[in-house]
Design a binder for this molecule. Structure first.
Ligand SMILES: [Zn+2]
Length: 97
């Protein structure tokens, strides 16, 4: 029984972490969503030792002052500005990449 309780507690921790991540992602402004998507689609480095992205994710939240985060955020801001108020299209296009 103790083993089952331990496994349930572990699964609950994973579930809680995923829910926190989901809540964070749902409240992100479009520029942050796009920056995360651009990093995911374009970065070819190891995301810890290569680009350091995951060193600057605390829990579910990103540290946008990190060089890698700031670089992708700047790209996202430029793309959204170029879209001239139609950022949803940019997000859809990048998602389709
Ligand atoms: Zn990366």
């Amino acid at each position: 029984m103790a083993e089952l309780d331990r496994k349930i507690a572990e699964a609950q921790k994973v579930l809680d972490s995923l829910k926190a991540q989901q809540a964070y992602e749902e409240k992100l402004a479009p520029k942050y969503k796009l920056a995360r998507m651009l990093h995911e689609k374009l970065c070819r480095y190891n995301h810890t030792d290569g680009c350091s992205w995951f060193y600057f994710v605390k829990g579910a939240e990103d540290d946008w002052t990190d060089y890698s985060h700031a670089t992708y955020l700047a790209k996202a801001v430029r793309m959204l500005a170029a879209a001239n108020g139609n950022g949803k299209v940019v997000l859809d296009v990048v998602e389709a990449m």
